[in-house]
Design a protein around this ligand. Sequence first.
Ligand code: SAM
Length: 216
Amino acid sequence: MHTRDDGPTLAYINRTFVREPEWIAAARAAGEQRRPGMQISAYEGHLLRWLVRVSGAKRILEIGTFMATSTLWLADGVGEDGKVTALEFAADYAAAAVQHIAASPHADRVEILHTDAHAWLAASAAIPTYDLVFIDAEKTGYARYLEAVLPRLHPRGFIVGDNSLLFGALSGEYPDAASAKAKASMEAFNTTLADASRFESVLLPTPEGLTVARLK
Ligand SMILES: C[S@@+](CC[C@H](N)C(=O)[O-])C[C@H]1O[C@@H](n2cnc3c(N)ncnc32)[C@H](O)[C@@H]1O
């Protein structure tokens, strides 16, 4: 199935189901100006928020925040008693993300941490804390992120990884679309999560590919 961002299938889904609040659209517009194509689409944000709401996830960790567009979709899903901890290692992106969170209705649900996610995970306690972890940072890091976040996930917690089709590099459609290191990392990420003895998982064919797995 082809669900290109500019294709008729997604256009239909978007106009029928997806309503991006204006305070998320403002973060998106700032992100598109700085680095076009870095953020999840409104359709993917809507999907993430739906997953958060139907799963009842209350404690969320996001790895790779950029302007906080995805963070805001997650925060809109967790409800008043939920919390999103979002990690971003670029100082200017983290500062802009803080501003976008402050301008939203959900400032009390989000903490933006300016940090390298690998270092932060290595330094923080590996105890089950999160109901859902959303990974959307450098593609060479996904296998390491998965290893580090699994001990921090509650029983039946969710791992969600964006770009898990790696721009066609894993299917072979566009073999040169990613580096060998990124391919090895994402292949390990997907293969681990495809283990049906440990996870209930799917790889959704969104334009970027979204792997969603729940611990058994
Ligand atoms: C694809 S963008 C995230 C987009 C965002 N999730 C959204 O959809 O709105 C990836 C972000 O991860 C950040 N990043 C990359 N490596 C990181 C690391 N090791 N620790 C923390 N952030 C990292 C980058 O600076 C970049 O802002």
